[in-house]
Design a protein around this ligand. Structure first.
Ligand SMILES: NC(=O)c1ccc[n+]([C@@H]2O[C@H](COP(=O)([O-])OP(=O)(O)OC[C@H]3O[C@@H](n4cnc5c(N)ncnc54)[C@H](O)[C@@H]3O)[C@@H](O)[C@H]2O)c1
Ligand SMILES: [Zn+2]
Length: 362
């Protein structure tokens, strides 16, 4: 027998900067001149296309940058293989080649979808994240998880594919609806809860200012939140270990989303999930009861629920959804818990029975 070895160990530098400031959309043309690409495709949704999309295209065209606008209907329903195909067909029709670069202008739906197109178009072209929702700024635009939903599961088809740059322009938040701001705050507060008690304290003191879009408070909060996510991603890009703590509140949160058929926002669902996760942490003797109250007070101040009435959400139904989602071995599952505010860990030994009790108590 003969063996031919294909030796492919490679060292890849996937580093990139996250730039945070005001009025950055106006100076984007200068940034793009530094990118080694000959053409750009701005991918965005139907809510943003007519405003920020047009503005961006006009400012790039003024600088003689070759740019195309590609849009799809706003909403999670569009995060599908069907929309991906449509975008790809449009890019092929425009004759975009390997020297093209994608600009993902929008919330998490645009970022996940456009990033996934970038990952597979011509076997991978560069892309830049320009997040326009708070959730996308502090969470989805960082870390390179890109993908689409299927009828069977959310985010089931995708890739790890890092952007070349993330450009966070706080001015976008001026037009964001309050409930969308709260949605992003759920992930931002989650970052403080899992990694940084000082940051949590800062949020307790400044949440009023943040809700009023005070520029300094927002900038500090967004920057710290990005640092926490980036730091975790740097340690574990492919989610084999520590990156799993980013799923704090998400086990029950996902179960709530799927049992309500996604008629609840992700931020609201994980806020409720964090309530249960904190209560479970306390019940298992890790977290102080007072910390559960502090967590829930901050979530409430940020406009987020921490409960849903039992007639809306039956604990038994929720448990079924947890069971779909998770591997259960001897009645036990993996679950992200808190030792204290700012210190999360993954327990691989949480009893389904304890989760059931917490859900029933509410
Ligand atoms: N990749 C990741 O690591 C990751 C992490 C968290 C969430 N996600 C994904 O992110 C998605 C949710 O993202 P989202 O909450 O940003 O939702 P979204 O992209 O649907 O945006 C929410 C709504 O706000 C509108 N909008 C966006 N920017 C606006 C602005 N500046 N002014 C006014 N309206 C604006 C959008 O058109 C949309 O209607 C989900 O699909 C989720 O799975 C991904
Ligand atoms: Zn989330």
């Amino acid at each position: 027998m003969e063996v031919v070895k294909v030796d492919l160990r490679e060292e890849i530098d996937n580093s990139y900067d996250i730039v945070i400031g005001n009025g950055l959309l106006d100076s984007l043309a200068m940034e793009l001149k530094k990118v080694p690409a000959n053409e750009f495709a701005v991918i965005t949704d139907s809510n943003i296309a007519g405003t920020y999309g047009k503005k961006l295209i006009n400012s790039l065209k003024k600088e003689n940058i070759d740019v195309h606008l590609i849009t799809f209907s706003a909403g999670e329903k569009s995060k599908s293989r069907k929309t991906k195909e449509k975008i790809e067909n449009e890019m092929l029709r425009l004759n975009l080649g390997r020297d093209a670069c994608i600009i993902a202008l929008g919330g998490g739906v645009v970022g996940d979808l456009a990033g996934f197109v970038a990952a597979t178009y011509m076997r991978g072209i560069p892309y830049i994240q320009v997040p326009t929702t708070l959730l996308a700024m502090v969470d989805s635009s960082i870390g390179g998880k890109v993908g689409v939903d299927t009828i069977h599961a959310k985010n089931a088809i995708g890739a790890f594919y890092q952007p070349k740059k993330v450009i966070i322009d706080l001015d976008f938040l001026n037009t964001l609806q309050k409930n969308e701001l709260s949605n992003g705050l759920a992930e931002l507060i989650k970052h403080a809860l899992i990694k940084d008690s000082n940051f949590f304290h800062f949020l307790e003191k400044n949440i009023g200012k943040i809700l009023k879009l005070d520029s300094d408070a927002l900038k500090t909060a967004i920057k710290r939140s990005c640092e926490i996510k980036a730091d975790i991603v740097m340690q574990d890009e492919k989610e084999k270990g520590i990156r799993r703590i980013l799923n704090y509140g998400h086990t029950i949160g996902h179960a709530i989303e799927s049992s309500l058929n996604y008629r609840i926002s992700h931020g609201n669902a994980i806020a409720i999930g964090m309530n249960y996760a904190a209560k479970l942490s306390a019940k298992l003797g890790h977290l102080h009861e007072g910390s559960v109250i502090r967590q829930n007070n901050l979530l409430e101040y940020a406009g987020l629920p921490h409960k849903l009435s039992h007639h809306k959400l039956k604990p038994r139904k929720l448990l079924e959804h947890v069971q779909y989602d998770k591997k259960i071995i001897n009645g036990r599952i993996n679950f992200v818990l808190l030792n204290s505010i700012g210190d999360a860990f993954v327990s691989d030994d949480v009893a389904m029975e304890d989760i059931k009790n917490i859900l029933e108590k509410g």
